[in-house]
Design a protein around this ligand. Structure first.
Ligand SMILES: NC(=O)C1=CN([C@@H]2O[C@H](COP(=O)(O)OP(=O)(O)OC[C@H]3O[C@@H](n4cnc5c(N)ncnc54)[C@H](O)[C@@H]3O)[C@@H](O)[C@H]2O)[C@@H](O)CC1
Ligand SMILES: [K+]
Length: 494
């Protein structure tokens, strides 16, 4: 999905309204309704004893207007308190209209009391400022935002965490959101400067801007959202069988790291491939008995398992020894779609003359692995994003640079941000699941490999977004069931 500037977003709003495609109040109604659905969904995932009392904070502009619509939709379902910073007659016209529909539920001109009020609730809905914020927050706003951040309460920001400027800078204070509900299209501020540290999980809400306006809007980059995932997830036909669904081979593990292959294989098996073959070094078995396990296979490259596989994943938990070095060179020379993860990434530099390959390749490094590879290839690695782009173009491969906002570069150096996931992913074994998911999605011929890689990264992140327990208690054995939940949310036919 296209990322646009806040200025372009305002222009899109204005054109839509001026050309009478959709009335401004109707746009606000759609925004508020969809936000309230997402808030309800968030509440449904909380522990049963959680009181779910909502505090909606509304500013003077249309961002506040969205808040009044949300209040109207949610008041019959939750205990809702709505506070507005301004008097009703000082609000923007649409905010005023919507405030009048809930005026008996709302306290106006409440700025000075807000500090005491926020702790009367359990979830804060931030509708103070959206794309109209044009300067740093000061005075009471700055104090309020700092107190909200210190409150340890979940905050759902509508369209933008209040205080985040359109270039992603936070000159004074800004809400550190748990979730940001982006209205219309994602804005540059989410991805630049201080943006990533403030937006939390991103969800984009399509409120029905006309397709031609969106096409004409200048693009500031690409990001992958649930809407993209829905379009990219392939469906299978009634006569699918295990071979048409694809076969993927996973070469992973060592005596020491014998869990990594299990996580990768179990994640691959639930992501679409009809057959998953695991070649590994220990007697440990995956959760899924359908996975074919080859323990210490003598020469996997000569086996029919290799021949029949459309994709091969190499890396999770492998030891760098002569046998694996030789195997790696064979794989690079082969015509298989390759997913290269973990310590196998370290073997690329010695094989750099074998690139570009004749088949799609993706590497999935975290920052440290990318730095090592860049060093090995004599590429400047002071700026990791530039190094990733350089490597992608030079070797003609895809590079998935893992991090809080993972980026996926294609062979031409263009990239897209992933928008799912949270810090629960920062646990050992998480990357093995990601590599397994992508290998599974790549176990097919004639697909758009770049789109499928983005889909894989999105599914992986969304799995932990769907996890309803304490984030710190998330363990990687939960990936298979969560992946299945994510896929089902993307399509009832998944
Ligand atoms: N028709 C539309 O334009 C739609 C707008 N929508 C919502 O409206 C938002 C944009 O609305 P607006 O353009 O009214 O802008 P905002 O509601 O973001 O804020 C504008 C107001 O904040 C004041 N302000 C700006 N910076 C400030 C600061 N640092 N300290 C104190 N006050 C400050 C301005 O003077 C103005 O009164 C979007 O982010 C979105 O949430 C949605 O309802 C969809 C439709
Ligand atoms: K906001």
């Amino acid at each position: 999905m296209k990322i646009i500037s806040s200025e372009t977003m305002r222009d899109l709003d204005a054109r839509t309204i001026a050309n009478k495609r959709v009335a401004s109040l109707e746009l606000m109604e759609r925004a508020g309704k969809q936000c309230s659905e997402q808030i309800e969904l968030f509440c449904s995932q909380l522990a049963p004893h959680h009181k779910k009392r909502l505090i909606i904070l509304c500013g003077p502009g249309n961002n506040g207007g969205d808040g009044f619509v949300i209040a109207r939709y949610l008041t019959s379902k939750f205990e809702v308190k709505t506070y507005c910073t301004h008097k009703q007659d000082k609000l923007s016209p649409d905010a005023k209209t919507n405030s009048s529909k809930v005026s008996e539920l709302c306290e106006f001109e409440a700025s000075s009391q807000l500090l005491n009020k926020i702790t009367e609730g359990d979830i804060i809905i931030d509708c103070l400022f959206g794309t109209g914020l044009n300067r740093a927050l000061t005075g009471e706003y700055e104090t309020l935002v700092n107190s909200i951040n210190a409150s340890q309460l979940p905050v759902i920001s509508v369209d933008s965490p209040s205080g985040l400027l359109s270039d992603g800078q936070v000159p004074s204070a800004a809400i550190k959101a748990t979730i940001t509900l982006s209205i219309g299209l994602p804005k540059t501020s989410y991805f630049q400067n201080d943006g990533p540290a403030h937006v939390g999980s991103l969800i984009n809400l399509d409120i029905g801007f006309s397709k031609d306006y969106i096409t004409q809007a200048p693009s500031e980059g690409q990001a992958f959202f649930a809407q993209d995932a829905k379009k990219t997830l392939q469906s299978f036909t009634y006569n699918s069988h295990k071979y048409t669904r694809g076969q993927c081979l996973i070469i992973a593990g060592s005596e020491l790291y014998n869990g990594a292959p299990i996580i990768a294989a179990d994640s691959a098996a639930v992501s679409g491939a009809g057959m998953v073959i695991l070649a590994h070094e220990s007697l440990r078995t995956p959760q899924n008995p359908g996975i074919i396990c080859l323990t210490k296979p003598p020469d996997i490259i000569k086996s029919h398992f290799f021949e029949k596989s459309q994709s091969v994943l190499i890396g999770p938990g492998i030891e760098i020894n002569d046998k694996n070095k030789k195997l790696f060179t064979h794989l690079i020379k082969s015509d298989k779609a390759l997913v290269i993860d973990a310590s196998a990434i370290d073997l690329i530099a010695d094989n750099k003359t074998l690139f570009p390959r004749n088949a799609p390749t993706i590497i999935t490094p975290h920052a440290g692995e990318l730095q090592r590879l860049a060093k090995g290839l004599n590429i400047n690695h002071s700026d990791l994003s530039k190094a990733a782009q350089h490597i992608a173009q030079n070797l003609s491969i895809q590079v998935l640079l893992k991090g809080p906002q993972s980026k996926i570069y294609n062979e031409q150096g263009a990239f897209s941000y992933n928008t799912s996931g949270n810090w629960a992913l920062s646990t050992a074994g998480s990357g093995d699941a990601l590599a397994g998911i992508i290998a599974s999605l790549w176990a097919k011929k004639d697909i758009n490999y770049y789109e499928q890689a983005q889909l894989g990264c999105f599914i992986h992140g969304k799995s932990v977004d769907f996890y309803t327990g304490a984030k710190r208690s998330f363990t990687v054995d939960l990936f298979p069931s969560l992946i299945s939940k994510v896929l089902h949310s993307l399509s009832p036919l998944a």
